[in-house]
Design a protein around this ligand. Sequence first.
Ligand code: 6GU
Length: 250
Amino acid sequence: MRIDILTLFPEMFEGVLGASILGKAAEKGIVQYRVVNFRDYSESKHGTVDDMPYGGGGGMVLKPEPLFNAVEAVSEQAKPRVILMCPQGKPYRQQLAEELSQEQHLVLVCGHYEGYDERIREHLVTDEVSIGDYVLTGGELAAMVVVDSVVRLLPGALGNERSAVADSFSTGLLEHPHYTRPPEFRGWKVPDILLSGHHANIEHWRLKESLRRTMERRPELLDQIELTPEMKALLAELEEERKNSGRAKD
Ligand code: 6GU
């Protein structure tokens, strides 16, 4: 996969793309990153990328020419997905990360100003994405979130292939609790069942704890998945526990 990032602040990406899984994926040749300063594609000699909005009002608007030129310069033959990072975009979800991980070429566009000229939205980008309902000073941090969530899904990017499928949101449930040594720390014990070596019981416990967490923290996620008979039985057990104790988890 090739990922091109168009930004006015390329230095923001240095650490993130060079470290850990994202850096290793590039070293292994699984992904290639290019960080492009789209000011270099301005058509003015001063490198202007923004201008005042027609109709007046505050703030500046990103001009179309630099971004069209920059996208066209990185596009080569095939048509890449061109993703505009903006608070008005479609809420970013694991499902979109999975879809984007199937692409050959992504172009992420990061703005830092009040807005983008509407012709960028209408005629240049294929997707508009927001990473949540809060305002960032620019699209760069959001683009890093997208790159991270996509690259970790590329085959070979994670050392352990299993961890990409089991984690929260690919199963549709939040992850169950994890424990490691020591078996007792400051008087707090690891649940006996995890030390039992009984694999089927452990899997059943993990599923129950995943459901408990999801029910407590993100109940709306339960409406979005298909429940197996085992899940339905466990949810009934959890409901029963809740009724009997008032507060299940204290
Ligand atoms: Cl993609 N950009 C900005 N500027 N703010 C955001 C965002 C993106 N997603 C959430 N807030």
